[in-house]
Design a protein around this ligand. Structure first.
Ligand code: BTN
Length: 234
């Protein structure tokens, strides 16, 4: 299906599938720019750090965008685009580094992969799960949009708003506005100057580096934090 986009780039074509291994695989394999791959179900959906991403049939918006560009800044762009696309129905927040939350529940994860000049920007947004659909022992408590708002969501409208927002951010990245996108993302994460805890170590975030890593001043010196589960203490 072809689609009008603000810049004519991200989301000009949407390809729909019933069951796939992972929409990121399609985006990486085809090597196209701006094409969106949406699946009803993924059998091998993957998350960050080699984790599995549960992608039950019809329960979420599981999609990837193929982009012929370097991955720098794409996770920031994706998190901002999901946050924007959820408005005005939901005021979501971005939790470092690139999860989207509603209150204290993770509703969306983002995975950017890169191979031979091709990026796959994958977004998994929980739409219509009930509480029974999530294991109780998740590291990050999860919910669906339906659970947190109490109503169902128009998936096509939501996908269109996210893609339009993403188109804007990706266009800006391509025209050299990395610093501005990074700043918007860092502000949205809200960690600058905040006290955080990770693996039992507490410290103050003194800087959010260009690649998204945190510099944290602790009693034992300055730590660089690239990933992992952090808790905001104040
Ligand atoms: C995470 O929070 O760990 C990232 C999850 C990313 C899931 C999406 S769903 C669409 C795309 N295809 C995948 O296999 N993963 C991403």
């Amino acid at each position: 299906m072809s689609r009008e986009t603000p810049s004519g780039a991200v989301g000009h074509t949407i390809r729909r599938y019933d069951t796939v291994s992972s929409t990121n695989d399609l985006a990486l394999k085809e090597g196209l720019h701006g094409v969106v791959y949406v699946a009803r179900e993924q059998t091998l959906g993957r998350g960050r750090h080699g984790r599995q991403w549960a992608s039950a049939a019809g329960k979420g918006l599981w999609f990837s965008v193929g982009l012929r560009m370097a991955p720098a800044g794409l996770t920031f762009a994706a998190a901002l685009a999901v946050r924007d696309g959820l408005q005005p129905g939901l005021e979501a927040s971005i939790r470092w580094p690139n999860d989207v939350y509603a209150g204290n529940f993770k509703i969306c994860g983002i995975l950017v992969e890169h191979r031979a000049g091709q990026s796959a920007l994958g977004i998994g947004l929980n739409l219509s799960h009930g509480p029974e659909d999530f294991p109780p022992d998740l590291e990050k408590p999860a919910a669906s949009l339906e659970m947190v708002t109490g109503h169902s969501w128009d998936r096509e409208g939501l996908l269109g708003r996210i893609l339009d927002a993403l188109d804007g951010y990706v266009t800006r990245l391509q025209s050299g506005s990395y610093a501005a996108i990074h700043q918007s993302w860092a502000e949205a994460c809200g960690l600058q100057g905040k006290t955080i805890r990770r693996d039992g170590v507490t410290g103050v975030v003194t800087q959010i580096l260009e690649d998204g890593a945190l510099l944290v001043a602790t009693d034992g010196g300055v730590l660089r934090v690239d990933s992992g589960l952090i808790t905001q203490v104040d």
